[in-house]
Design a protein around this ligand. Structure first.
Ligand SMILES: NC(=O)c1ccc[n+]([C@@H]2O[C@H](COP(=O)([O-])OP(=O)(O)OC[C@H]3O[C@@H](n4cnc5c(N)ncnc54)[C@H](O)[C@@H]3O)[C@@H](O)[C@H]2O)c1
Length: 442
């Protein structure tokens, strides 16, 4: 059953992974939602009733919301009339590693003159200090009705996470309007999660810090996995043994050849910049970002080492999305690997259950097949680059018959090594030794 709160009129600005999920989620809870999207392609898709990206459960929820007229699709934030406005526009990383907050600032400016002033709730991720700057610059119409409630959802499980948040952080100015805060406490309190009332800076930094910590945990797991490979150990039991300590925890300790997405790499960069701007070196987060680049390079080199060079090699790359369950390729290690393989003259055919068309647009020259079997046909080697269950469930016995050689390099530890070897594959994966053991001191 959906959580309950007083039915309200809510505007959601930006129909991306966060905004559209929030819109369909709040509509399913009985609220009326005005959903604003400016991108012509996404707007047209929404007006046809289609979700413009891949995210489990969102299509059914959108269809239900449009059919029940609880969701209206609009083109401009200024057209909204709702008393609560959730700002969910993107804050992408720019060329200098800064999170670009222009879209948030533009929406806030569009809303500044609306009377009566709506309760503005920014859900986009902002580098610490952004809200203080906006207040100082007089960019917020009514600062007492301005809040930052960061979103912590995970793509691939976004709707589930929206419905069951781990916590709700409500950041507001010291003189925040108690009535406006009460509206938010009721709206977000309906999820039953712990509510934290904090300042705007604290709210920004909770989100920055949470993302950065997840990123550095992954980088740490990948670093230990690299050491395991060279020390003749298997990273699986090693990280399980480490993670069983409740002070450490088991999650985010699954080795891979690197992490991507629109959030974690961005946060490491923005934290480093936020520190530098305040005269502080952020050693740990900077190292985690460097490690992530290094792990991706090492994986590419491992592939080249195993194949005795990739030039002229016919390679099937399975997976392009930055993680399973999404078609998002922002900072995807799989796409970076595809680029590297093309630049090093591999004969590459790639597949992804959802992200193929996006990757083909982003990487001219990339051949994307419509099935994994097509990519494997004639390939000397297969690389697992995204942990889609589809690749675990693939008929690897049949694939062996059509591949020209039988090397499988698993960048996500998705497949069962014993089964793959029984099928006759030369199978290696991140975090497990390839055969050669470099013993310290030998
Ligand atoms: N993707 C995630 O998993 C995730 C999780 C938590 C927080 N966040 C944060 O939430 C924010 C949104 O992320 P996303 O992944 O949904 O981004 P996104 O790029 O998928 O979506 C943003 C949407 O906003 C639209 N937009 C931009 N300017 C607009 C305007 N003026 N009016 C209306 N629409 C406008 C864009 O066209 C786009 O569709 C970012 O700050 C991100 O860091 C993302």
């Amino acid at each position: 059953m959906e959580p309950r709160a007083t039915a309200r009129s809510i505007a959601v600005i930006g129909a991306g992974y966060v905004g559209l999920v929030s819109a369909v989620g709040f509509a399913a809870m009985g609220h009326r939602v005005e959903l604003v999207e400016t991108d012509p392609g996404r707007l047209a898709a929404l007006r046809r009733g289609e979700v413009p990206f891949t995210e489990a459960g969102v299509q059914d929820a959108l269809t239900a919301g449009l059919r029940a007229s609880t969701i209206a699709v609009l083109e401009h934030a200024s057209e909204t009339t709702a008393g609560v406005v959730l700002v969910c526009v993107g804050t992408p990383i720019d060329d200098r590693g800064h999170a670009d907050t222009d879209a948030v600032e533009q929406v806030v400016a569009e809303l500044a003159d609306r009377a009566p002033a709506p309760v503005i709730v920014v859900r986009s991720t902002l580098p610490v200090g952004t809200c203080e700057r906006l207040l100082r610059e007089g960019a917020i119409g009514d600062p007492s009705r301005f809040f930052l409630v960061p979103e912590f959802l995970r793509q691939g499980a976004a709707l589930e996470d929206f419905r069951h948040p781990t916590r709700v952080v409500i950041g507001g100015a010291p003189d925040a309007d108690p009535a406006a805060r009460a509206v938010l406490e009721e709206l977000f309190g309906a999820f039953g999660a712990r509510l934290l009332s904090v300042t705007l800076e604290e709210s920004e930094l909770i989100k920055n810090g949470a993302n950065a910590f997840l990123a550095l945990k992954i980088s740490f797991a990948n670093e230990i996995a690299g050491l395991a490979e060279r020390a003749g150990a298997d990273a699986g039991p090693v990280l399980e043994g480490i993670g069983l300590d409740p002070r450490i925890g088991r999650s985010m300790l699954n080795p891979s050849f690197g992490f991507g997405g629109s959030c974690l790499p961005k946060e490491l960069a923005t934290i480093a910049i936020s520190g530098r701007e305040r005269g502080l070196d952020m050693h740990v987060t900077s190292a985690a970002a460097e490690a992530n680049q290094a792990h991706q390079r090492q994986f590419a080199e491992r592939i080249a080492g195993m194949l005795d060079g990739v030039a002229g090699r016919r390679i099937a790359l399975l997976g392009l999305a930055f993680k399973a369950g999404t078609d998002d390729i922002r900072s995807s290690p799989a796409v970076a690997l595809a680029r590297w393989l093309i630049e090093h003259h591999a004969i590459l055919e790639a597949h992804d259950p959802a992200a193929g068309p996006r990757a083909a647009r982003a990487l001219p020259g990339l051949i994307v097949t419509s099935t994994a079997e097509e990519a494997l046909d004639g390939a000397e080697a297969a690389i697992i680059a995204t942990e889609w269950p589809d690749y675990r469930d693939l008929d690897w016995a049949a694939a062996r018959e059509v591949m020209s050689a039988t090397v499988v390099i698993d960048g996500r530890r998705l497949l069962d090594p014993a089964r793959m070897r029984t099928l006759g594959y030369t199978y290696t994966r991140v975090g497990s030794p390839s055969g050669e053991v470099a013993r310290a001191g030998r």
